[in-house]
Design a protein around this ligand. Structure first.
Ligand SMILES: Nc1nc2c(ncn2[C@@H]2O[C@H](COP(=O)(O)OP(=O)(O)OP(=O)(O)O)[C@@H](O)[C@H]2O)c(=O)[nH]1
Ligand SMILES: [Mg+2]
Length: 204
């Protein structure tokens, strides 16, 4: 099996292609970054809040087409890291960035400007990563504090792929990660994605 980084030339021969990508999940504390990642990686959701200190690190392998495997290295950045010295190091070298807010918390949406600025700073003079905007907690739709127009406006202005998800119900969570994996590897997105294996490493 060939191991690659970057864009696919998947059809050049019969060997399967294997890609690795770093995806960084950013956004204010309590918006549900860890919850989205845990839903994706372990199909688990916990109601109690455990603040992420620094960064947690996850790897999940996906078979996204018969010939293409993708290992997603997901960096779960604690919301408080926006004030820390390490944030630039966390963001740089990422292939994709997920900007996350809580649809019931307007400030968490407004603060994405600051998170986006950090990404722009980390990539100054370089090609920007693929970026997604995720409005999380859609199960609390009745408490929605950010209108659809603002969400769409922010996504369009900054060229972000747009999603709404719920880590609690699992709605659209896999879609976010599978879609990014497909975009990054240049594979046409198909729903029947096969999960190969999961490994989880954590450090603070
Ligand atoms: N109702 C609902 N609650 C959610 C959802 N996602 C997360 N939560 C809850 O929101 C709280 C915060 O979730 P976390 O995933 O820990 O938030 P975080 O963004 O990782 O926060 P930091 O680690 O501080 O940056 C927890 O109590 C979760 O159970 C969701 O989709 N719906
Ligand atoms: Mg967290």
């Amino acid at each position: 099996m060939k191991k690659k980084e970057g864009k696919s030339d998947a059809d050049s021969d019969d060997e399967p292609d294997y890609f690795q990508y770093k995806i960084v999940v950013l956004g204010d504390g309590t918006v549900g970054k860890s919850s989205l990642i845990l839903r994706f990686v372990e199909d688990y959701f916990g109601k109690s809040y455990k603040q992420t200190i620094g960064v947690d690190f996850f790897v999940k392998r996906l078979q996204i087409s018969p010939k293409v495997q993708v290992a997603l290295q997901v960096w779960d950045i604690g919301g408080q890291s926006i004030f820390g010295k390490m944030i630039n190091t966390y963001i740089k070298d990422s292939h994709a960035v997920i900007l996350t807010y809580d649809i019931t918390n307007y400030n968490s949406f407004a603060d994405l400007q600051d998170w986006l600025r950090l990404v722009q700073k980390a990539f100054e003079g370089k090609k920007m990563p693929v970026m997604a905007l995720v409005g999380n907690k859609t199960d609390l739709f009745h408490l929605q504090a950010v209108d659809l127009k603002s969400h769409k406006g922010f996504a369009d202005t900054n060229k972000l792929y747009s999603f709404f998800a719920s880590a609690r119900t699992g709605d659209q969570v896999n879609m976010v990660f599978f879609k990014l994996a497909a975009i990054l590897s240049g594979v046409e997105f198909k729903k029947e994605v096969v999960q190969v294996s999961v490994s989880t490493i954590s450090f603070a």
